[in-house]
Design a protein around this ligand. Structure first.
Ligand SMILES: CC(C)(COP(=O)(O)OP(=O)(O)OC[C@H]1O[C@@H](n2cnc3c(N)ncnc32)[C@H](O)[C@@H]1OP(=O)(O)O)[C@@H](O)C(=O)NCCC(=O)NCCS
Length: 299
């Protein structure tokens, strides 16, 4: 397998590990951010037509259901930025298609009320500028989950986001994630790898004998709904220690070996394309052999 263009270099990760977070933040906002944007602009502008051509080449079609995870800065300088990328997807898939993005948010605990809180309209997402912009577009629907909310646009969007709050865990059988499985949605990973591919957790609910305990107990969450009213829900999320033992990118090998995933050049970066059903079924076969993203290092 050739070297991944989208993974953070080891040197960069080592430097980040020794510099305190506050200093990293200061350096990023005052120096790195500006240099990065300047470097991106040097390579020339990417237009909507350029993007649409590349998406079609990578197999995107009218009426597709697609979940997009992205790193905007890795692509190159896009004329009119985020909106050009979003419109490119929407214009290809059309109204009968479904454009989905993760609008995951950090847990927010209200110490006074002694309860977790989630505001459907206001809670921002940490999954990048593209989903954060998409989230605020007119007509985009957001599912109710304090950690794993999804946003969607298209004729099926309301149905798609419905009932997330009633699910036992974010990936349970009536969840929007599971609906991606039923729709056989495509996953487009733009400038990112399996670390960003949240659909890889569907198997943790779907395979009832999944060899790891991954979910917390049910927690009470106060949700501020879009209509201004409040509602109490119960939600689980991933156990916090899991990120230390997780190796999402161990999936790249089986996905490529079984020809389930294709990697396309995408301007300055790479675009990984795989279907939700193919990846979930592959992971279920692996889990039956006790191979998961949580114990790959033990093998
Ligand atoms: C974390 C992550 C979003 C960071 O990626 P990033 O490229 O640094 O940031 P964004 O995608 O938010 O893009 C913003 C950057 O694009 C760049 N940018 C600005 N205008 C641009 C333009 N017109 N064209 C291209 N890039 C532009 C800027 O550098 C900007 O950074 P700044 O806002 O700090 O100035 C990305 O690595 C990632 O993980 N994405 C997937 C997240 C996900 O789906 N997770 C789900 C499982 S947890």
């Amino acid at each position: 397998m050739t070297k991944s263009k989208v993974r953070e270099s080891r040197t960069k990760a080592r430097i980040k590990a020794i510099i305190p977070f506050g200093i990293q933040k200061f350096l990023y906002h005052n120096i790195i951010k500006k240099i990065r944007l300047f470097k991106i602009t040097l390579k020339g502008k990417i237009t909507k037509e350029d993007i649409k051509k590349s998406l079609i080449k990578a197999g995107l079609k009218k009426d597709d259901a697609v979940i997009v995870h992205s790193s905007l800065s890795r692509i190159g300088y896009i004329d009119n930025g985020v909106n050009t990328l979003i419109d490119s997807f929407l214009e290809i898939i059309g109204k009968n298609g479904l454009l989905v993005m993760p609008s995951f948010s950090a847990l927010n605990y209200d110490k006074k009320k002694r309860i977790y809180v989630f505001d459907v309209k206001r809670t921002p997402c940490y999954t990048g500028k593209v989903p954060e912009t998409f989230r605020q577009r007119k007509g985009v629907q957001r599912s109710i989950s304090p950690t794993h909310s999804l946003i969607a646009y298209g004729n099926k969007a309301k149905w798609f986001v419905s009932d997330h709050e009633r699910c036992d865990n974010p990936y349970a059988s009536k969840s929007p994630f599971y609906k991606l499985y039923h729709l056989d949605a495509k996953i487009f990973l733009i400038g990112v790898d399996q670390l960003a591919n949240s659909s890889i957790h569907i198997v943790e609910d779907k395979y009832k004998k999944f060899p790891f305990k991954v979910w917390t107990k049910r927690n009470k969450v106060l949700v501020a709904l879009e209509n201004g009213s409040n509602k109490t829900i119960y939600a689980r999320w991933h156990l916090s220690h899991l990120y230390k033992i997780r190796d999402n990118n161990m999936l790249e090998k089986p996905f490529l070996r079984e020809s389930l995933m294709k990697i396309y050049p995408f301007f300055n970066t790479e675009l990984r394309v795989i279907r939700v059903r193919d990846s979930t079924d592959c992971m279920e076969r692996l889990a039956k052999r006790n191979i998961t993203i949580y114990n790959s290092k033990l093998r």
